[in-house]
Design a protein around this ligand. Sequence first.
Ligand code: OGA
Ligand code: MN
Length: 314
Amino acid sequence: MSQVLERPSPTQQYTISPLGAALGAEVVGLDLAQPVGAELIQLMKQALNQYGVLCFRKQNLTEQQQIAFSRLWGPLEDFPEENKTVAAPTVYNVANVSAEGEHLPDTDHRVIFQKVNALWHTDSSYRYVPAYASLLYGIEVMPAGAEGGRTGFSSMVAAYEALSPEMKARIEPLHMVHSYEHGRRVYGSLPPLSNFEKNAVPPVSQPLVRVHLDSGGRRSLYITANAGNEISGMPLEEGQALHAQLVDHIARPEFCYFHTWEKGDLVVWDNRTTLHKAEHYDMARYRRVFRRTTVAGKDPVFGPFSQAVKAAGY
Ligand code: OGA
Ligand code: MN
């Protein structure tokens, strides 16, 4: 069921069609290298609220064009680490290839960071104000028929709604610890964070249930597997077991859509209501190169007991 819509300015038609049952839609017919008006961005923000993930097909974007389009969604985040795979502070090379084009070995830190991305997560959840949206642009994608290398997405709205009433009640008051440094615990060969970096992104506590003030009090799960596994306010092992149970739950196929990349896809996702992960692939055999920009969030994560949520009457 596709919707055909008029592009306000300049006039150009595009279609939006769902990609997965729980989330995801593709937008066909727009050239994002051309000037994009504020009205169109408003429509795209509404579509992102509705679908969680939008794929703009057949783009041809330079780094500067991607930055310019991303800024229309809001101010961009800088990455917390220097000299990682960063060409500009707002651009993250999501790749097993260096910025100079060299296919990197498995042991290279830049490749290990890609492995951290293979755990379910939402970007920048380790920040006090986590990211609103990420824009990932496909430059070198897996050849047709090759195994793995897709990006998985999971709807945290659908996953929350499907929880039993008992589980909803159990997690209602809980928070989990989100820490940028967690990747170092998973992959001990990564270099330690500098003091500067530790101060920039200290661990934060985020509610497990997120309440969205701008969507009429809609609720979703808010969880990560790549930035922590501890739940506050209960014995450590009990919390880790609950965390593992929830991570199993969000991976259920009915909440998920796995995106098979085509070169020139620009995929935008809503970090407030979706999780994502990189699917494993043969990193020594295939080159996989993406470029990511990240739109900063406006508010901290509100839970059921946040003052702002009570004040809004949800
Ligand atoms: C990211 C990310 C997943 C992938 O860029 O934030 O998690 O499939 N990428 O590379
Ligand atoms: Mn990510």
